[in-house]
Design a protein around this ligand. Structure first.
Ligand SMILES: [Zn+2]
Length: 132
């Protein structure tokens, strides 16, 4: 994927989101916790708190992951008819892991996408406090 709007040295959106890269300097400084953004970049000082990602990724992930897990659980039940506790032991940790992993990546993707859109629109001043 070759985005002509990328500055030199910036990764594609997927790679940047996977590694939590700062949209300004591409250092891996986007997260302070597993799914919590840092308030600003530790390398270049870019302000992450002005971006408003909200709950968009969570709602989308609930639908996608819920549908996938239900489908796999139904297939397992039809194919093997395991006791009910097998479903609990299997799907609770798998669902939790999928949500935590994909929430981190999708939140990063949304913030990076928003930041790059602002650069394209010419709103590159960090102190304007963009509220979208
Ligand atoms: Zn940075």
């Amino acid at each position: 994927m070759d985005d002509p709007h990328l500055e030199k040295g910036q990764s594609g959106l997927v790679q940047a989101a996977l590694f939590g890269e700062c949209p300004a300097c591409a250092e891996r400084t986007l997260f302070a916790g597993w799914v919590r953004f840092a308030s600003r970049c530790r390398a270049c000082g870019h302000d992450f708190s002005s971006y408003n990602v909200g709950d968009g990724p969570a709602a989308f992930l609930i639908l996608v992951i819920g549908a996938l897990v239900c489908a796999f659980a139904l297939v397992l039940q039809v194919q093997a008819s395991p006791p009910f506790w097998v479903h609990i032991v299997l799907w609770v940790p798998i669902t939790t892991a999928l949500v935590l992993l994909s929430l981190r990546v999708s939140k990063a993707a949304m913030l990076i996408h928003e930041a790059r859109a602002e650069v394209r629109e010419g709103k590159i001043d960090d102190n304007t406090g963009q509220d979208s």
